[in-house]
Design a protein around this ligand. Structure first.
Ligand SMILES: Cc1cc2nc3c(=O)[nH]c(=O)nc-3n(C[C@H](O)[C@H](O)[C@H](O)COP(=O)(O)OP(=O)(O)OC[C@H]3O[C@@H](n4cnc5c(N)ncnc54)[C@H](O)[C@@H]3O)c2cc1C
Length: 419
């Protein structure tokens, strides 16, 4: 760690926290939620928590356009229920009753049904901004200590705790913490300074996100259509008429730039006709936004006193909507390990962090592998033979109930947590 805290500002304050969470995005807020909930049940060494973000939560939510939604799995709903949080968001979340999967230039399709898996929904769609605001309000009501306009500048670890240099309203504060959780997004440069070297892969793709209006109600149906240029997902959104869906269209960066600039009419004409049977014509497009698509992972996301979570740890392709769901499972695993942590070791000791790491490793590896393979399979459908193979897979998933059930089970996030 080459960061230094030599230059101390005049306005210096000192405070000690058990856990400092850096980043108030979806993951930082969710980690804070699970830690606070754990404390309410049994007072632990995880009592004093601070959450730090340079952007005010209302601003984070405002910056996050309404068309950017997150599909939370049924497994995540179960986690929210256990955290006593689901009741605060269920009215904002549109249930996914079915998922229709198809491939370009192939008649093979399969449909995953919530009813076949005996669950009320395979997952739920909620705008990022609504989820962020709900999490934040919940934390404020629980009196979580949130530094809303504060930025972590540097960290120095010594002995059993870290010293954080934080800039808040032009004031420099020094804070010490037993454990620092970096949930500050995919800030590779910052992480490298702390000795975390990511393995990165660019898919040379961009995700174009938009809000679409269509002729017929979606009836809770989500679509995943694979093309050689990238997958297209349509997620059902909440509205009285059920005629609005959120589009995540992954394609080459060049194409995405052009589609973002195209007129509304041109854009709507370019959407594959695949969805017309169920949704009718697309009548309106709003809030087009693009996101780079990369795979960034860390083989060792822990250092003494430090831990990466969320996008800071793994940034995945959005094809299967897994990243946030995976991070939520990680948060639960971490809280379970730390709440039972022996007082023989400091909270940020590698003894505890490696125990967490070992418990989440399989789930992480499997999720990364599954997501990456899906992208590769989709890209390979340019070739007729690969398309045939993928089509056969869909055909089997459609006709073999246990295979269909297995895929649904995986998509619902019911494989992995608690292993
Ligand atoms: C198009 C698209 C669709 C997706 N769909 C899904 C889906 O359906 N399901 C799913 O599970 N996942 C999905 N994802 C992934 C999901 O959006 C991410 O997993 C999630 O947003 C990551 O949140 P995060 O909190 O880790 O990072 P971020 O959202 O990047 O938040 C990081 C926070 O850290 C703060 N920060 C940065 N530096 C500092 C600092 N120095 N000090 C203090 N704070 C700092 C930032 O201000 C920010 O608020 C999708 C992603 C994309 C791009």
């Amino acid at each position: 760690m080459d960061e230094s805290i030599d230059s101390v500002d005049v306005n210096l304050e000192s405070k000690h926290e058990h856990i400092a969470i850096i980043g108030g995005g979806l993951v930082g807020l969710s980690v804070a939620l699970s830690l606070l909930h754990c404390n309410q049940k049994t007072p632990t060494r995880l009592k004093q928590i601070v959450l730090i973000d340079p952007v005010h939560p209302t601003q984070i939510a405002a910056n996050s356009i309404k068309s950017k939604t997150v599909a939370i799995s049924y497994g995540s709903r179960i986690i929210y229920e256990s955290l006593n949080f689901w009741h605060t968001i269920h009215h904002l979340a549109e249930p996914i009753k079915s998922v229709q999967v198809s491939i370009q230039n192939s008649c093979a399709t399969t449909t995953l049904l919530a009813s076949q898996s005996h669950v009320p929904a395979l997952g739920y769609v909620i705008p990022d901004s609504d989820l962020i605001m709900a999490l934040w309000r919940h934390l404020e009501a629980d009196e979580c200590f949130i530094m809303k306009q504060a930025e972590l500048e540097s960290i120095v670890f010594s002995g059993s705790q870290s010293t954080l240099k934080i800039l808040e309203n032009n004031k420099t504060l020094h804070l010490t913490a037993d454990l620092v959780i970096l949930a500050n997004g995919n800030n590779t440069a910052f992480h490298k300074k702390l000795g975390f070297i990511p393995t990165c892969k660019s898919y040379k793709q961009t995700a174009l996100v938009a809000s679409l209006k269509h002729q017929y109600p979606h009836m809770g149906c989500a679509f995943e259509h694979f093309t050689p240029d990238g997958p297209i997902a349509l997620l059902p959104c909440q509205s009285n008429t059920q005629t609005s869906s959120s589009l995540v269209w992954v394609m080459s960066t060049d194409q995405a730039g052009k589609k973002k600039q195209a007129s509304d009419v041109q854009f709507l004409e370019q959407i594959p006709k695949q969805f017309t049977n169920q949704l009718g014509h697309f009548t309106q497009v709003e809030a087009r936004q693009t996101f780079p698509v990369i795979l960034s992972t860390h083989s060792e996301p822990v250092r003494p006193g430090l831990l990466l979570m969320g996008n800071a740890d793994n940034t995945l392709h959005p094809v299967a909507g897994q990243s946030y769901n995976l991070a939520l499972r990680h948060a639960m695993t971490l809280v379970s390990v730390l709440s039972q942590a022996s007082s023989q070791y400091a909270l940020g000791h590698l003894y505890h962090l490696n125990a967490y790491r070992n418990q989440q490793r399989m789930d992480t590896m499997r999720t990364i592998f599954f997501t990456d393979q899906l992208v590769k399979q989709a890209a390979s459908t340019k070739k007729r033979s690969s398309r045939l193979l993928f089509s056969l897979g869909l055909f089997a998933a459609h006709h073999v109930p246990c295979l269909n059930h297995m895929i649904s089970h995986y998509g619902m996030g019911l494989v992995g947590y608690g292993e």
